[in-house]
Design a protein around this ligand. Structure first.
Ligand SMILES: Cc1ncc(COP(=O)(O)O)c(C=O)c1O
Length: 397
């Protein structure tokens, strides 16, 4: 089955296996990996768009069968008018913002946003005359009160990838539509498998495909999937900026996409089991995971999302640098690394207090973030258990 409309009616697992596949692709299941800058035309008339047979491809940067296969797959999964690919998730956030904002405009940005996205606002966008106001992730429809005559965009991340606060996306997207603004979301955590932002009124859905789509920690890539209201502007800015992604990385993303469903199911199951295990530990003050009924964002997550990722936070009871190091430095199966979404487990120690501006992060204890990989859940818990023993010993000294 290759017809796009038929794909939309299928279950997510089926869509992952078939999305973006070319009915004209011949015998091969996967698209060719085209390494190309120059594309040759048949005639001067064809170059000038005057030939009876128009050129299918014009220049490497303007698209190849490889880029088109991935773009089509993401558009199908997101229910988007069109998708562009960028060299990383961070550049996807920057490109979307630069496409939709100009000098004199005002941006509303969620306070729990990924720190490099905040840097884009406070750096590049500010230099080009765009003002940013950060807002409380729990604001909901009251975001209307922050809208100014020059506000053009509301940017969300659900949940925030460090503090896991869960905004009410449909309520905020509805305000954006009512006031003729555009809404954008960084949907890396949920992926369109667990949350389809465009179905909830959002105009642009971004993924750091580096994470779950690629899934193997070996490529950087971003996707910007757009609804009708944003597509032309994103497409043209992306083209003007000359952004293109390496064909091998596109291929890795497309390959990763085919197995993302089964990987996410394992990440989700294992992460939830480990989050519950942490929640019962005396060393832990709070677990930040919207799929836990105790989480403040749980009702929204349950209403809008069909699943969870493998990334969550743990607020410890107190903690010193020495205790954090004793816990994390000697974990056997968890690497210390900033990324997530790959097959391997990772941990970081983070301090959101340093960056928040709209609402302070009030938790006193050390915040640890865990990416739960595809290893056996029992092995991971045993590793963490030994880490907590080192944590306790370090606090006693
Ligand atoms: C939520 C979120 N968005 C975007 C990015 C950026 O992705 P990349 O590393 O591909 O630039 C990250 C990376 O950690 C992230 O966590």
């Amino acid at each position: 089955m290759t017809d796009e409309t038929a794909h939309r009616a299928h279950a997510p697992a089926t869509r992952l296996a078939h999305a973006g596949r070319d009915p004209q692709g011949g015998a091969f299941v996967n698209p060719p990996v085209i390494h190309a800058s120059t594309v040759l035309f048949e005639s001067v008339a064809q170059m000038k768009g005057k030939a009876a047979t128009p050129a299918r491809w014009t220049y490497g940067r303007r698209g190849t069968p490889t880029s088109e296969a991935l773009e089509r797959a993401i558009s199908e999964l997101e229910g988007a008018e069109g998708t562009v690919l960028t060299p990383s998730g961070a550049s996807a956030c920057g490109t979307a913002l630069m496409s939709l904002l100009g000098a004199g405009d005002h941006l509303l940005m969620i306070d729990s946003v990924y720190a490099p996205t905040r840097n884009i606002c406070d750096g590049i966008l500010k230099r080009f005359g765009v003002e940013t106001t950060y807002f409380d992730p729990a604001i909901g429809a009251a975001i209307a009160e922050l809208i100014r005559p020059n506000t053009k965009v509301i940017f969300l991340e659900a949940p925030g990838s460090l503090t896991f606060e869960m905004p009410d996306v449909p309520a905020i997207a509805e305000v954006a539509r009512d006031r003729d603004l555009l809404s954008v979301i960084d949907n890396t955590w949920a992926t369109p498998l667990h949350f389809r932002p465009l179905d909830h009124g959002v105009d642009v859905s971004i993924m750091a495909a580096t994470k779950y789509v690629v899934g193997h920690s070996d490529a950087l890539i971003g996707t910007i999937a757009c609804g009708r209201r944003a597509w032309k502007r994103v497409k043209s800015t992306h083209g003007d900026l000359g952004l293109f992604t390496g064909p091998d990385d596109m291929y890795l993303a497309l390959r990763g996409l085919r197995t993302m469903g089964v990987r996410l199911a394992h990440h989700q199951r294992s992460a939830l089991a480990i989050a519950e295990w942490f929640a019962a530990r005396p060393e832990v003050a709070r677990v930040l995971h919207p799929a836990l009924p105790s989480d403040p964002g749980h009702a929204i997550w349950k209403r809008d999302f069909s699943g969870a990722a493998g990334l969550f936070g743990v607020v410890m009871k107190g903690g010193t640098e020495a205790a954090v190091s004793a816990f994390l430095d000697h974990l056997e199966l968890f690497g210390l690394g900033y990324s997530w979404g790959g097959f391997e487990s990772l941990a970081i120690h983070a301090d959101p207090r340093a960056v928040r501006t709209a609402v302070p992060w009030r938790e006193e204890g050390a915040l640890l973030r865990f990416q739960i990989g595809l290893e056996d859940t029992g092995d991971l818990i045993a590793d963490l258990d030994a880490g907590l023993a080192r944590w306790r010993a370090a606090l006693v000294v």
